[in-house]
Ligand binder design. Structure first.
Ligand code: GTP
Ligand code: SPV
Ligand code: MN
Length: 615
């Protein structure tokens, strides 16, 4: 029997048995039940600072903040090692990796055998969503990583209050995690981030039994299991079965100068601007944006037929590079205190730094880069390429309550009623700044064909080509993507539903010489204003082949000198030839889903093609 290091805080026999069985397999030094207190949080931070895994930042510049440097191979989600292990391969669909659950469990069980030698097994009871809300879901994560524990403290609601709600026999999603690096014969990590080699990493979801097994990575979405694994991959399956929605969406509260409020959600692929839009500071007089969530939305119908959204998370796991007081002041202020930084650079004064932070370094100042090496501005590698001080996917884990723009009602267990859904990605051409769908079904077609430009370095896609990332959910859907499209269509058929209006936005249009056509960030409020108006049946628009588009004077450009009339014309032009190519590309994308592809969406695509043919 593995010993318990503190008192077992629950009478939930099934939970205790589950924990003890995993302890038998993983053989940790002991079992520690997390209580979610600040005392626990700071003790674990201190322990990791002492062991050299974390660096404490300057307590005046960044109070209560720590910096971690991961293993250079463990810097992001690993899609190639992520599995939807449904009983039938067909249920995982063509966009997910699949291994039969029995086979995968046998393989992983071998890896878990003795994997926690020399480590503590932490048990983290957590709630996704405000504790006790009827939309919230409870998970329990077992992990051998104290880094994961402190991140779960920030990103979810952890501790005894969750166990109280769980009671003696409540339902929870069991989540197992190990970094996959046993310590034998008293050896220690020596300040080096522990993880397993790529071929031993597995991020496994078992949709039928609603279990999560993760092995070998300590990073973000691979290891903080409440986030992408539970709140999206498992939750999408529950949402399908129970008639609600789990989406990779920001949630914002938009108030006009008259004090009228609308709530907007937006699905943009990873690193395509959700955090930035959710925390935006409008550049137009009298408008206000407040943050409800920056990454995940769970939505259910209210009695009034509207969709109500909650943010199941408790914090932000935000992209650091590019974040500055100019681009996202609210994010910068959110991570001024009580924040965990990962793979950022360290300054001599004990502060963090990253590319695009817009803070000048002292002349000749040397940093410690994300790999732990000394770094100087202008440094190049052996191939003459600039060396980055921070990893491009460096992140900050900041608490929701520290965001100056957080909406006062962000934790309302009833959620907020949604008026508009936005879809978007990085599209340098063809897709206009904004347009509105002609109908719900047309909007579902837009969502199902979201694409974003990726670089060859990041993914196995030719540079300049578009990777289709339907609803920004490609890496996060727990079942067959075409069935998920069908679920979206079903939502549109719910009797008495008062559905959000659907819009497509594109902040990333470029000129032929590579300049941004649209300034983005705070100026996106100008587009939000038009969307607000459209939700009220106002806002100047014309019906075109692709949907309702703003007339050239419909977007408020007061005080915006950087966008000329000609730019605006280009941003709102209907590029018929480009769209014909787009239709062909969407057709190829749809073909991947075979017979499962909903007929309504094929009909929507045919209709779009027919409208374009008449232009
Ligand atoms: P995940 O947390 O990975 O899901 O990403 P996210 O969608 O929250 O992305 P985030 O808001 O962190 O944006 C990532 C990158 O997009 C940053 O480098 C931003 O600077 C850039 N970005 C965000 N909004 C805009 C915009 O309006 N225009 C331009 N040009 N870049 C933007
Ligand atoms: C994303 O990749 O969409 C993220 C970061 O939000 S992670 O939690 O690592 O998935
Ligand atoms: Mn995300």
């Amino acid at each position: 029997m593995v010993k318990h290091l503190n008192a077992i805080p629950t009478k939930h026999a099934k939970l205790v048995k589950w924990v003890e069985e995993w302890a038998e397999l993983c053989e940790p030094n002991g079992i520690y039940w997390c209580d979610g207190t600040n005392t626990e949080y700071y003790a674990l931070c201190e322990e990791m600072v002492q062991s050299g895994l974390a660096t404490r930042l300057n307590s005046k510049l960044r109070p209560d903040c720590v910096l971690f440097r991961s293993d250079p191979s463990d810097v992001a989600r690993v899609e190639a090692r992520t599995y939807i292990a449904s009983e039938k391969q067909e249920d995982a669909g063509p966009t997910n990796n699949w291994i039969a659950p029995a086979e995968l469990k046998a393989t992983m069980r071998e890896l878990y055998k003795g994997c926690m030698h020399g480590r503590t097994m932490y048990v983290i009871p957590y709630s996704m969503g405000p504790v006790g809300s009827n939309i919230a879901k409870i998970g329990v994560e077992i992990t051998d990583s104290a880094y994961v524990v402190i991140n779960m403290h920030v990103m979810t609601r952890v501790g005894n209050k969750v166990l109280e709600v769980l009671g003696d026999d409540g339902e929870f999603v069991p989540c197992i995690h190990s970094v996959g690096k046993p310590l034998e014969n008293g050896e220690s990590d020596n300040g080096i981030w522990p993880c397993a080699p790529m071929e031993k990493k597995y991020i496994a979801q078992f949709p039928e039994t609603r279990e999560i097994w993760s092995y070998g990575s300590g990073y973000g979405g691979n290891a903080i299991l409440g986030k992408k694994c539970l709140a999206l991959r498992i939750a999408t399956v529950q949402a399908r079965d129970e008639g609600w929605m789990a989406e990779h969406m920001l949630i914002l509260k938009l108030t006009n100068p008259e004090g009228k409020v609308k709530y907007v959600t937006g699905a943009f692929p990873s690193a395509c601007g959700k955090t930035n839009l959710a925390m935006l500071i409008p550049t137009i007089e009298g408008w206000k944006v407040e943050t409800v969530g920056d990454d995940i939305a769970w939505m259910k119908f209210g009695k009034d037929g509207r969709l109500y959204a909650i943010n199941p998370e408790n914090g932000f796991f935000g992209v650091a590079p590019g974040t500055s007081m100019q681009s996202n002041k609210n994010a910068m202020l959110s991570c001024r205190q009580e924040t965990i930084f990962t793979n950022c650079a360290l300054r001599e004064n004990g502060d963090i730094w990253w590319e695009g932070i817009d803070i000048d370094l002292e002349p000749g100042e040397k940093l410690i880069d994300w790999k732990g090496n000394v770094w100087e501005a202008g440094q190049v590698d052996a191939d003459g390429k600039p060396v980055k001080a921070a990893h491009p996917n460096a992140r900050f884990s900041a608490r929701g309550r520290n965001c100056p723009a957080i909406a006062p009602n962000w934790e309302d267990p009833a959620g907020v009623p949604i008026d508009a859904f936005l879809f978007g990605g990085r599209r340098p051409s063809t897709l206009p700044l904004v347009y509105q769908s002609l109908s719900w079904e047309h909007g579902v077609m837009i969502g199902s064909s979201v694409g974003s430009e990726v670089t060859a370095a990041a993914l196995d896609v030719k540079a300049g080509t578009v990777r289709r990332d339907p609803f920004a959910m490609l890496p996060f859907c727990g079942y067959h993507m075409a069935d998920y499209f069908a679920h979206w269509l079903e939502i549109g058929k719910v009797a008495g539903a008062k559905l959000p209006k659907i819009f497509c936005v594109n902040w990333f249009r470029k000129t032929a010489d590579g300049r941004w056509l649209w300034p983005g960030f705070g100026d996106n409020s100008r587009v939000l204003k038009w969307i607000f108006e459209r939700c009220d049946g106002e806002g100047k628009a014309q019906e075109t082949a692709i949907g309702y588009m703003p007339t050239e004077d419909a977007i408020d450009r007061t005080g915006l000198d950087s966008v000329s009339d000609a730019d605006m014309k280009e941003l709102l032009a209907l590029d018929v030839e480009g769209w014909k190519k787009e239709v062909a590309s969407i057709r190829e994308h749809y073909a991947k889903f075979g017979d499962k592809m909903p007929k309504e969406l094929l009909a929507q695509l045919d209709a779009l093609e027919a409208r374009l043919a008449k232009c």
